[in-house]
Each structure stands twice: as structure tokens, then as C-alpha cells.
Design a binder for this molecule. Structure first.
Ligand code: G
Ligand code: G
Ligand code: MN
Ligand code: NA
Length: 254
């Protein structure tokens, strides 16, 4: 309850901050974009992880205003990086089920794209199958509308759910993000290596780009490169960083 109270104030008191984790091209390790990841620094509670506060934000409805804040912050940063470093810079943003069930979600998204001068095709919205579970009409409508305006949709945490395959067939996904739990052991578990190889091949067969999450070692990286995975994310390249630190990485690359 205390967490809920504090979270209600977090936006007003500037306690929320969007961090950025590099998204790299597997072939050459160049940073081609970032995933926006929310952080909460509270005086009393310390740093609260998104795994703890996102569910509370969902239950209380606070996710609507918090989600809008994330989109805004990510777009402001992405516009700057597109202007100064790479006009193709990609920005990936997590969207939770409640946000996606809003009637106004796509209108809000379009307004922010215009306001911050972001090309729709540089934006990728990450959804988990939790978004699709309800099979709600409004979700189908939102997915089609997002696809129509040219914003990409990725399936996050791929492989961890129950029916990811049927969802891939039914919805307009552009990208598949293979969950880090599958990447962890690819250097020691031949079964996991086989699964990841199959996920990459299947993604490519369906015309999707494939991202491997949670790459921590050089050996994992080499295997994913050999498997022709498209993009990667993980501590090997960088943990999620505050905006200024992320920008220093980009600057070093240019
Ligand atoms: O950044 P990482 O450490 O710890 O994130 C944990 C979880 O929180 C991930 O599943 C991630 O998708 C989710 N998360 C992080 N930032 C956001 C956000 O801005 N919005 C939503 N809906 N989820 C987020
Ligand atoms: O669930 P989602 O994929 O949206 O969230 C990504 C989560 O993975 C974030 O919590 C992020 O901090 C975390 N993460 C990113 N790279 C790594 C990594 O290399 N190893 C581990 N263990 N976690 C990572
Ligand atoms: Mn994600
Ligand atoms: Na994930």
C-alpha cells in the first residue's frame, strides 16, 4: 500500500526515469537503437524494480499516465539521437496489457509521434502474450491501427508463454525477441542452442527480425552470430543506462 501511495506521486516528483539499453546489429555490434526501460528512484523505498512496480501501476490504472511518460521521454531522446547520430535510430518501448486495451491508445501514440517528429517506422512496441490473451476486439483494432500507421510490433519474452506460435500467425508482428532464459545456457545446453536456432529460423521464415535478449558472454554472442540472429541486447554490450550515459556510448561510436 505504501508503494502504491508513493507511486501515485512518482510522476509529479520526477522520481521516474527512462533508461536505455543498446540494441546492436549482431553482425558488427553497432548500436542501431535502444530499448526504453523505466526506473523508479524513491527516497523512502530506494530503487524499486519495474518487476515490482509495473504490476502495481497496472492494477491501479497508473500505467496509463506512466506509459505516456515513457513514450514521451523515449521519443524526445530518440528524436535527438536521430538528428545527431543516425536517422534510422530505432526505439523500442514496452507496452503493458492495460495500456493496449485503451480505446485512445493509438490516437495518443500518433499525437506523440507528430509532436516529437518521430518516423513511425523507427518505433517498435514490445508486447507480451499477456496483451493478446483476452482476445478482445479492441486489442485487434489497436494492433491493426498500429500496423497501419507503420509502427512495428514485437513479441517480447518469446518462448516463455503458452501459445506464442498461434499468436505469431494471427497478429501483425515484425520482430521476435527471444527471451533471455533461452540465451543463458546456449553455450552449455545443446537443447537450448537447438531451440534458439529453431526460433531464429522460424522467425526468418515468417519474415520477422529476431532479437536475442540477455547476451552476457562473447561465446553466446559468437553462437548467435553463427545462427544469423539479427539483433542483440545484453550486458555484454551494455546494461540499461541513463540517457546521458547512453548518449556517450553513441557518441563514441560516431
Ligand atoms: O529493466 P528490467 O529490469 O529490469 O525490466 C523488468 C521488466 O519490466 C521487463 O519485463 C520490462 O519489460 C518491464 N518494463 C520495464 N520498463 C517498462 C515500461 O516502461 N513499461 C512497461 N509496461 N514495462 C516495462
Ligand atoms: O522483459 P523485458 O525483455 O522487457 O525486459 C528486459 C529485462 O532484461 C530488463 O530487466 C533488463 O534490465 C534485463 N536485461 C537486459 N540485458 C540483460 C542481460 O544481459 N542479463 C540479464 N540477466 N538481464 C538483462
Ligand atoms: Mn522488453
Ligand atoms: Na524479455
Amino acid at each position: 500500500l505504501q508503494v502504491e501511495e508513493q507511486l501515485r506521486n512518482a510522476l509529479k516528483t520526477n522520481e521516474l526515469e527512462v533508461y536505455f539499453q543498446p540494441l546492436v546489429d549482431i553482425r558488427n555490434r553497432n548500436i542501431i537503437g535502444a530499448e526504453a526501460l523505466l526506473r523508479w528512484h524513491n527516497l523512502e523505498l530506494g530503487n524499486v524494480t519495474p518487476d515490482e512496480f509495473i504490476p502495481i501501476a497496472e492494477q491501479t490504472g497508473l500505467i496509463i499516465s506512466i506509459g505516456q511518460f515513457v513514450l514521451q521521454s523515449a521519443f524526445i531522446a530518440a528524436h535527438h539521437w536521430q538528428t545527431h547520430f543516425n536517422n534510422q535510430f530505432k526505439i523500442a518501448i514496452n507496452v503493458s496489457p492495460k495500456q493496449f486495451r485503451e480505446n485512445k491508445f493509438v490516437d495518443m501514440l500518433e499525437a506523440l509521434l507528430t509532436q516529437y517528429r518521430i518516423q513511425p517506422n523507427s518505433v517498435e512496441l514490445e508486447i507480451t502474450e499477456g496483451v493478446l490473451l483476452s482476445g478482445d476486439q479492441i486489442i485487434n483494432n489497436n494492433l491493426s491501427a498500429i500496423n497501419d500507421i507503420g509502427v512495428s510490433i514485437s513479441m517480447d519474452d518469446f518462448g516463455t508463454g503458452y501459445s506464442s506460435l498461434s499468436y505469431l500467425r494471427s497478429y501483425p508482428f515484425d520482430t521476435l525477441k527471444v527471451d533471455k532464459s533461452f540465451i543463458n545456457d546456449i553455450t552449455v545446453d545443446p537443447g537450448d542452442l537447438e531451440l534458439v536456432g529453431a526460433a531464429i529460423a522460424m522467425g526468418h521464415g515468417l519474415n520477422l527480425k529476431v532479437v536475442a535478449e540477455g547476451i552476457e558472454t562473447e561465446e553466446q554472442y559468437q553462437l548467435l552470430n553463427a545462427l544469423k540472429c539479427d539483433y542483440g541486447q545484453g550486458y555484454l554490450f551494455s546494461k540499461p543506462l541513463p540517457k546521458a550515459e547512453f548518449e556517450a556510448l553513441l557518441y563514441a561510436q560516431h
